[in-house]
Design a protein around this ligand. Structure first.
Ligand code: ADP
Ligand code: ADP
Ligand code: SF4
Ligand code: SF4
Length: 586
């Protein structure tokens, strides 16, 4: 094993510590330069050649800034494609763009965006040689004899036109100003503006300023802008964030129809599966290193990812496989009733909501499905008695714990202080059921105000589940989470529902996530922004059937893993399922 010494320079604060890392390092004590202060950086650097891997510095550092990580033997230095610096993240291997759509699958922090920045020509990779000037000639030599040699030659000679939809679309209004229609008209190189407006449902926002758009609206405009341009190759970094299910499939269809090669990073496994022909899995240790696997066909690739095992490479990157067991339908007759609500209605300015009544039982998870702006959050607020219905009522007095869709970091204090104010976070139960699966260990000493979107989401989910309640309402828990975190959050929610004498309502647009955790579905339909109707709780098959019909997609189960897959449009199975009216699993 060789090793990596990673220093998180955002955490490292030499002015606030006693330089414990240097003081206690056995190498330094023996007079070697294992850790030295880098004067220009104002921070310590560790020599990986001299470090023995004892781990003392990692324990002594009061800010948990250091990680010493064992590296698989075969990762020799000459396989590094890019390194962000000494003691920083490095990437091994690269994705090869090819005909069709190539998907990239992996957790956050293993270099997926870095891969897109390299392939789109925004970053010339340094091949791990930190003291040399990076250049395309060196990169071309490094990849000589592979498809990437040819790719980088063309990139160097500007013979390929690259289009890149970035991950953080919320920065777009800072760099582009103007009305949506004017912006799109300017870049419509293909003369397909009307078609794209129709496909991505942009009609109602054409006259709006970019700065006035919501996250989901910006996302669709960014996808439209990319698709309207003439490119040889298109890169899409997380195209489904903020989109509802219908918008996700519309975006996926539009991207699939592009002429040219496409590479997509995506965490919604159903959409990734639907979109891609091939998959590269990226694994490693987040923020330390990432390794790009060989390409696989999309079905085999996603199954290998869930399995956590790359057989050809002989790599196990996760201890447990993720399985989709077929749970028997919920038998309500032997469950105690928890909550009953009547038919309800509520009018809000221009929006009207109607809800069919329902009964909810202890221990069940209700998945709430429907487009954006259809009244899901309003329904959740009615149950929580945050707002009063115009007609109808929620019976009894139930205690509710609510995680809103938009979470704001308005707490003044650390994550540990926040969670400790709700419950005892030191119990072994809490540690194993909440802290560990939600990866909160490293966040406990951080200020809530300094958390990123995905970190804040996990803390908000933990805070919601830590409260003592009869009903937990969890609005969009998968937003900002990577594929791995989505799967562990779904396990946490599922287990809590099974163990607590409570019920969970979960609003989410990731259907794989919903299918995994839910016992029953409530489906919302109507006209977003004007009128919404919520169904009674239905068994999964009935609910999913109604919902998928409206979405215009049919589903099957993968024969090996049992995971849900969307059928390719117009395939024999798709046509057959539409004909017999079975949109879920046959
Ligand atoms: P992913 O897209 O898989 O989430 P990224 O490619 O964004 O991963 O980043 C991988 C790692 O590289 C991150 O842990 C991040 O800390 C580090 N990193 C990204 N950009 C930079 C940069 N400009 N300087 C230093 N480190 C960076
Ligand atoms: P969803 O959760 O399905 O996205 P919401 O319940 O948040 O939908 O909103 C449904 C509709 O009701 C939206 O058009 C929204 O603008 C409107 N709405 C929500 N809350 C209010 C309010 N307090 N006053 C006026 N309109 C509202
Ligand atoms: Fe101090 Fe830790 Fe930084 Fe070392 S790594 S200087 S102990 S904060
Ligand atoms: Fe020194 Fe041990 Fe830290 Fe390596 S792991 S830098 S040898 S204290």
């Amino acid at each position: 094993m060789s090793r990596l010494a990673i220093i998180d320079y955002d955490r490292c604060q030499p002015k606030k510590c006693a330089m414990e890392c240097i003081k206690y390092c056995p190498g330094v004590r023996m007079g070697e330069e294992t850790i030295v202060m880098d004067e220009s950086l104002g921070k310590p650097v560790i020599s990986e050649e001299l470090c023995s891997g004892c781990g003392i510095c990692t324990k002594r550092c009061p800010f948990n800034a250091i990680s010493i990580i064992g590296l698989p033997e075969e990762l020799s230095e000459d396989k590094i494609v890019h390194s962000y610096g000494k003691n920083r993240f490095r990437l091994y291997g690269l994705v090869v763009p090819r005909e069709g759509v190539v998907g990239i699958l992996g957790p956050n922090g293993v270099g997926k965006s870095t891969i897109l920045r390299i392939l789109s020509g925004e970053l010339i990779p340094n091949l791990g040689k930190l003291d040399e000037e990076p250049s395309y000639d060196k990169v071309i030599k490094h990849f000589s004899g592979t498809e990437l040699q040819n790719y980088f030659e063309k990139l160097k000679n500007k013979e390929i036109k690259v289009i890149h939809k970035v991950q953080y679309v919320d920065v777009l209004p800072k760099v582009v100003k103007g009305k949506v229609i004017d912006i799109l008209k300017r870049i419509d190189e293909k003369g397909k503006l009307d078609e794209i407006i129709e496909k991505l449902d942009l009609k109602n926002i054409l006259e709006r300023e970019l700065s006035q758009l919501s996250g989901g609206e910006l996302q669709r405009v960014a996808i439209a802008a990319a698709c309207l341009r003439n490119g040889d190759i298109y890169y899409f970094d997380e195209p489904t964030s903020w989109l509802d299910v219908k918008q996700r499939f519309n975006a996926a269809r539009t991207i699939r129809e592009l002429d040219g090669r496409v590479v997509v990073v995506e965490h919604d496994l159903i959409v990734l599966d639907y979109l891609s022909d091939y998959i590269h899995i990226v694994y490693g240790v987040p923020s330390a290193y990432g390794i790009v696997s060989h390409p696989r066909g999309v079905r085999v690739g996603i199954n290998a990812y869930l399995d956590g095992h790359l057989k050809e490479e002989n790599i196990k990157f996760r201890k447990e496989a993720i399985k989709f067991e077929k749970r028997p339908p919920l038998d309500a007759s032997n469950r105690p009733l928890l909550l009953r609500y009547s038919k309800m209605s509520k009018a809000l300015d221009n929006f009207k909501l109607e809800i069919d009544g329902g009964e909810i039982y202890k221990g069940e998870v209700i998945g709430i499905l429907g487009p954006n702006g259809i009244g899901k959050t309003t329904f959740v607020k009615l149950l929580a008695k945050i707002i009063e219905p115009d007609e109808g009522n929620v019976e009894g007095d139930i205690k509710i714990s609510y995680k809103p869709q938009y979470i704001t970091p308005d707490y003044d204090g650390t994550v540990e202080e926040l969670l400790s104010s709700i419950t005892n976070i030191n119990s072994s139960y809490y540690k194993s059921e909440i802290i560990k699966p939600l990866q909160l260990e490293r966040l406990l000493d951080m200020n809530v105000k300094d958390l990123s979107g995905g970190e804040l989401q996990r803390v908000a989910i933990a805070a919601c589940l830590s409260k003592n309640a009869d009903v937990y309402l969890i609005d969009e828990p998968s937003a900002f989470l990577d594929v791995e975190q989505r799967l562990s959050v779904s396990k946490v929610i599922r287990r809590m529902a099974d163990e607590k004498e409570a019920a969970m309502f979960v609003v989410d647009h990731d259907i794989l996530f919903q299918d995994y955790i839910s016992d029953r579905f409530i489906v919302f339909s109507g006209e977003p922004g004007r009128f919404g109707k919520g169904s009674p709780p239905m068994n999964k098959r009935e609910g999913a059937n109604i919902f998928l019909k409206e979405m215009g997609v049919t589903f099957r189960r993968d024969q090996d893993t049992g995971r849900p897959r969307a059928n390719k449009e117009g395939s024999q199975r798709d046509l057959y399922q539409r004909e017999i009216g079975e949109y879920y699993y046959v």
